[in-house]
Design a protein around this ligand. Structure first.
Ligand code: ZN
Length: 428
């Protein structure tokens, strides 16, 4: 794609920044923690408080003039803004962010602390939590730029993941609706429940969606652009033995399934585990072992960015399982279950989706940092469903902890990028 020049002069003034900050703080204070236990049972949303947040958002979108606002029975909030005059034929696209926050740290009574013109002093929070810019490069950068930093009070998480994303989307579209001179096509929005439980796209109302591509706004530091994630499979291995009383086990030909399972796990390459790899290296990770002498089962995660390598991993698991079983005179069965796939493949088929985003980053003065995700995202699930979906940064940091913080400058920059992106898409 040829570089598309900057399309608009976006007025980023104090009022704009103040609006983004106030909106974020308002969202952060709303309790919306999800529950893996319920979500794993198929209950979506997994907690009623996610509906509370969705209803608040719905009211806000109504007052801002969004169209076709719908809150589904599974707590997905859909809305859109129509194309500007003459751009009805522009490709529509969708923006997504998730409403829930992670359950490991409390999300109740969040009390955001604002450090305006942050001066680089150590931030001292309750419970002895210290944010020290000499140990956190991104925080050091925030101090150098006299950024506004928003933290927790130390007793809860902040929920920047992903309330920063919702803030950015609502603020960008509010801006577009009040600046009709900026051309754009139809823009759809989905705010979803239960991303943190891994079930965020289980009930996504694709039937409401006209867009053929989308962007999640759920990343971290300035410039991050995620368009690649692991291919993920789970292998379930069952070892079959022959039980016998221990007193005459030799005569009876005891075959111990537990020993086979142990030998199998021992034979996995130790240098290819999550704790010994990072970056682009894949791994095997045993996560469950269960059994008796007669039958033992092992589940493990297989992860690899490369599709062919994943096939090799599956083959190796089979080979090692059969070898372990036969060395004890038993049998093994191996089943591989696909969990999610690298979104790169789906995105490579429609390169403009990522290219126009890279372009929007650049004209807004942000160098894209392509980070492969060592996990899956709502975007990877959507890409599998046929809607290629890269991920945009939000300015949130130290996710899933009481030391979580967000950078206002970075949130505002992401908002600017989305405004620019929306009008660049009219050139595709
Ligand atoms: Zn998130």
């Amino acid at each position: 794609m040829d570089i598309i020049e900057k399309q608009n002069v976006i007025e980023i003034d104090d009022a704009f920044r103040e609006n983004v900050k106030e909106r974020f703080i308002r969202y952060a204070k709303i309790y919306s923690t999800s529950s893996s236990e319920n979500a794993d049972k198929g209950i979506i949303p997994s907690t009623p408080q996610q509906f509370d947040f969705a209803r608040e958002l719905k009211k806000e979108l109504e007052s801002l003039g969004f169209k076709n606002i719908q809150l589904t029975e599974n707590c997905y909030l859909y809305a859109n803004i129509p194309a500007t005059l003459g751009f009805e034929k522009t490709k529509p696209f969708c923006l997504l962010a998730h409403m829930d926050t992670v359950e490991e740290v409390s999300g109740l009574n969040v009390n955001p602390q604002v450090f305006k013109n942050y001066d680089g002093k150590i931030i001292d929070l309750k419970g002895g939590i210290k944010l020290d810019p000499s140990k956190i490069p991104a925080l050091c950068q925030a101090a150098e730029e006299s950024d506004t930093v928003i933290t927790t009070d130390g007793t809860t998480l902040l929920g920047g993941d992903d309330k920063a994303g919702i803030t950015i989307i609502v603020s960008a579209l509010e801006y577009l609706m009040s600046h009709k001179d900026i051309p754009h096509g139809k823009i759809e929005v989905i705010f979803s429940p239960d991303e943190e439980t891994g079930h965020g796209m289980d009930k996504v109302p694709l039937n409401l969606l006209e867009s053929k591509f989308a962007y999640t706004v759920d990343g971290g530091h300035l410039g991050e652009l995620e368009s690649e994630c692991f291919n993920a499979f789970r292998s379930d291995i069952t070892f079959k033995g022959i039980a016998s009383h221990t007193n005459n086990a030799r005569a009876n030909g005891m075959v111990n399934a537990i020993s086979m399972a142990g030998a199998f796990i021992q034979s996995l390459p130790r240098g290819e585990s999550p704790e010994t790899t990072d970056g682009r290296l894949g791994f095997y990770c045993p996560l469950k072992i269960n059994g008796s002498m007669e039958e033992a089962s092992v589940s493990l995660f297989l992860r690899d960015f490369d599709k062919d390598n994943m096939e090799k991993r599956k083959a190796l698991v089979e080979q090692l399982a059969f070898a372990a079983a036969s060395s004890f005179g038993g049998n093994a069965e191996v089943k591989h279950v696909q969990q999610y796939l690298n979104m790169k493949e789906g995105l490579d088929k429609v390169p403009y989706v990522k290219e126009v985003l890279i372009n929007a980053y650049k004209v807004c003065g942000v160098e894209p940092v392509m980070t492969p995700i060592r996990g899956g995202t709502d975007g990877s699930r959507l890409t599998e469903m046929g809607i290629p979906t890269p991920n945009i940064f939000t300015g949130a940091h130290n996710y899933h902890s009481a030391s979580e913080w967000v950078s206002l400058k970075q949130m505002v920059k992401a908002t600017e990028i989305i405004i620019e992106l929306s009008s660049m898409i009219t050139k595709l």
